[in-house]
Ligand binder design. Structure first.
Ligand code: G16
Length: 543
């Protein structure tokens, strides 16, 4: 039996529902798990082609991250641990949406267009989150890989960033670290211990952190990591999968969108807390003040903390490297105003795949979405300069030497492959400790403008198209004009509308001078979307 005959036979075990068409969204394919079996098999096939083409190991992660437990999805990981290159998103849709009888034609078309040698070996790393559907769906990925003669290494239940890390380690022949779970824990925790070893901390609270694991894989893997941290950080873990549903009233997305603490976390006044999302690639921080008010430190605040820390350290070390922060339309106006005064700020479309590429343009690119998804990228030249200085024993200036060493440890605590809640948590904890900042002092760097995110259900979310990094609507006609008119009514206001690439909804974002005005603006924009873009169900109501 030829390879293609095998693919044809096995694909019948993962049949595509006739007529079903799915889009590759912000972070891969994502929908109800019941519709995904054929997608997983076919992404297994595509991963083999990508591996043969790049002559490198490729990753396939089965997860729907922040979505509800009944959804699932798949993300493809390219050789350096980044999201698969956009030109291959087209191929993934071609394979995903081909009816059963033309699947081989679609497959051969990719092979031909990319001139892929089928004699080349293919190696695929697979990971999955804790969703009940993930076990069977990741098996479908394996079936796809093996049908086309690829080799599978199944890491089982891992966070999305852990899988990205493994792929990067494998393809850099160990230069980035060892592609094992222990390798991941050791690299990050050793760097964290280095970063914090000189911090004199008589105050136990400084080392104490409350973590909401969203009842997902991040909680399980953080437990595994604790023993490597040598008591440099004491973690109280909540929503740790023992009871409670994934992402339900907990996790980073819930906390960010609802702007309130997750269920199940016992917060005391002033205690530092953070939430991961369902696959632990996002993190947000928060605390409660003595009046019981909730304060959120989202991705914008994290980017500010890290960006300004890096700039300070570079200045102290005497290194001339440019630090830039990449933001999206969701970035709070106050954060942009603050950052523009101290660092370079650049904009791009929602989705880490876009931010990651934008951040690669700089010596040091800090990228964070407001939702807490982000990391820091160092160019090879920047790593080289920092390493050289950190190892230079002839430096007499102690401040300069310490800054270089801190920068060096910072590089190693960061998972540069992708945003990583565990790595970002260690980075934030390290920076706060080194700078001796409390969570309140960090929060006070700038004050967020009141903001609101809403979701609107429409018959077909594709009727809304956007431009200018998703800050302006192109279609349907009249919608942007309506938003413009509404924004004029409120001081310091801004609003935008965009189709989600992970959920079947339209997202609305508004900010203004007061929470009351923000909520009024968000409500009016929701109504405009509902009326002009084919809203379904009841009209949106004020919150
Ligand atoms: C994914 C993407 C993020 C994006 C988020 C929401 O996050 O990786 O970059 O911000 O979806 O996207 P959208 O607004 O298009 O639904 P995750 O954590 O769910 O994988």
């Amino acid at each position: 039996m030829t390879q293609f005959e095998k693919v044809f036979r096995n694909s019948a075990l993962h049949p595509k529902p006739v007529g079903l068409v799915l889009q590759y969204g912000t972070a891969g394919f994502r929908t109800n798990a019941k519709e995904l079996d054929h997608i997983m098999f076919r992404m297994g096939l595509l991963a083999v082609l990508r591996s043969k083409k790049t002559k490198a190991t490729i990753g396939v992660m089965v997860t729907a991250s922040h979505n509800p437990e009944e959804d699932n999805g798949v993300k493809l990981v390219d050789p350096m641990g980044e999201m698969v290159t956009p030109s291959w998103e087209e191929y993934s849709m071609q394979l995903a949406n081909a009816e059963q009888d033309v699947l081989l034609t679609a497959l051969k078309d990719v092979i031909e267009k990319e001139a892929i040698s089928m004699d080349q070996d293919a190696n695929i790393f697979i990971g999955k989150d804790t969703r009940p559907s993930s076990e069977k769906l990741s098996q479908a990925v394996s079936d796809g890989v093996m049908s086309l003669g690829g080799h599978v290494h199944d890491y089982g239940v891992v966070t999305t960033p852990q899988l990205h890390f493994m792929v990067r380690c494998q393809n850099t022949q160990g230069c980035y670290g060892s592609p094992t779970m222990e390798g991941y824990y050791r690299k990050l925790s050793q760097a964290f211990v280095q970063l914090t070893k000189h911090v004199s901390c008589s105050n136990y609270d400084q080392k104490h952190l409350l973590v909401d694991g969203a009842n997902g894989v991040g909680a399980l893997r953080l437990r595994d990591m604790e023993r490597f941290l040598q008591n440099q950080l004491q973690i109280s873990l909540f929503n740790d999968c023992r009871e409670g549903k994934l992402n339900f009233q907990c996790g980073a997305d819930y906390v960010k969108v609802q702007q309130k603490p997750p269920q199940g976390v016992e917060m005391s006044v002033g205690e530092r807390c953070c939430s991961f999302d369902g696959d632990a690639d996002r993190i947000v921080y928060y605390y409660k003040d003595s009046d019981g008010c909730f304060h959120l430190q989202d991705g914008d605040k994290i980017a500010t903390l890290i960006g300004t820390f890096l700039k300070d350290m570079l200045t102290q070390a005497g290194l001339d490297l440019q630090v830039a922060v990449v933001q999206t339309a969701y970035a709070n106006g106050s954060s942009t105003r603050y950052l523009e005064d101290v660092l370079k700020v650049s904009w791009c479309t929602t989705g880490v795949k876009h931010l990651h590429h934008a951040a690669q343009e700089f010596d040091i690119g800090v990228y964070f979405e407001a939702n807490g998804h982000g990391t820091v990228l160092f160019s090879n030249a920047a790593v080289h300069k920092i390493e050289k200085l950190a190892q230079d024993s002839s430096i007499k200036n102690e401040k300069k030497r310490t800054a270089a060493q801190l920068l060096h440890s910072t590089i190693n605590v960061i998972n540069q492959a992708v945003g990583d809640a565990i790595s970002d948590m260690l980075l934030v904890e390290g920076v706060l400790a080194v700078q001796g900042l409390s969570v309140q002092q960090w929060d006070a760097i700038y004050s967020d403008l009141p903001n609101r995110q809403r979701k609107i259900k429409v018959a077909d979310r594709r009727v809304i198209t956007t431009t200018d990094a998703e800050r302006r609507v192109v279609t349907p006609p009249g919608l942007q004009e309506a938003v413009d008119m509404l924004v004029k009514k409120y001081p310091q206001s801004r609003a935008f509308v965009r189709p989600s690439g992970t959920e079947d909804i339209i997202r609305v974002y508004a900010e203004a001078d007061t929470q009351e005005n923000t909520d009024a603006l968000a409500q009016e924009v929701c109504l405009a979307v509902y009326r002009l873009a084919g809203g379904v169900g009841e009209e949106p109501k004020p919150l």
